[in-house]
Design a protein. Structure first.
Length: 214
């Protein structure tokens, strides 16, 4: 992975953005898509399982699933500011013995990351140019469940994305967002040995949860 992606991620997912996320989480709890994912995972019976959250941001999925009884979590994130906030929440919740953090690009760090029972990616694939590489590498880390949240691939989201990319270009920020084909991503997860168990919509997002089938 290029430095361009991670340097761009650092400047977009910065201290200010991390604090904004923290304030919203404290005030309202998890956002709608995160809550759907947490509720769906909880219904699967996840007590004692391990979690790998890729691009975990300030760590909402991890904190919430630890409350639901998972054994431990590992977060891999390309933003130091987000990791710092996730760690401060961890200290506040006294969950230091259950949480691990890896800073960097998941694809670069992947060879040193072991398999986990659950792998989650919320709003990460849309930050990543090569969805196939990200999905292939991340599904290989999931022993039981794979769950990801991504933008719908309609004309409207593609047009909004073009405007967003223009904004980054004008701001001279190398970071870019991507709308990948929903069918291509779903087919790839299935090809990699998973069966989709739930598929929910919360405009403009899709929340898909898969269970290992072979
Ligand atoms: C839009 S934020 C989503 C954060 C969180 N999952 C949420 O939904 O609130 C994208 C997150 O993915 C991280 N990220 C983007 N590309 C990444 C990569 N290649 N490896 C690891 N983290 C990445 C960013 O640093 C950021 O924390």
């Amino acid at each position: 992975m290029t430095c361009i992606h991670c340097c761009g991620a650092e400047s977009i997912f910065d201290k200010k953005e991390a604090q904004k996320n923290l304030k919203a989480y404290r005030k309202k709890g998890p956002n709608k898509t995160t809550q759907i994912l947490i509720d769906t995972m909880s219904k699967q019976g996840i007590e004692g399982l391990t979690l790998l959250d890729i691009g975990g941001g300030i760590g909402v999925i991890q904190h919430e699933l630890i409350k639901k009884g998972i054994a431990n979590s590992t977060d891999v994130d390309a933003s130091t500011s987000y990791i710092e906030v996730a760690k401060s929440l961890m200290r506040e919740n006294k969950t230091e013995d259950k949480m691990n953090f890896i800073y960097g690009d998941f694809i670069d760090a992947s060879s040193s990351i072991q398999q986990h029972d659950i792998v989650t990616l919320e709003r990460v694939v849309c930050c990543y140019p090569d969805a196939k590489a990200l999905i292939n590498e991340s599904t290989s880390k999931a022993k039981q469940y794979y769950a990801f949240i991504y933008p719908m691939d309609t004309f409207l989201s593609k047009t909004s994305n073009k405007l967003l990319r223009l904004y980054f270009f004008l701001k001279r920020n190398p970071f870019r967002t991507f709308i990948h084909s929903e069918k291509m991503m779903n087919d790839l997860v299935v090809e990699n040995g998973f069966k989709r168990v739930t598929h929910e919509k919360a405009f403009p997002w899709r929340i898909s949860v898969y269970k290992k089938s072979r």
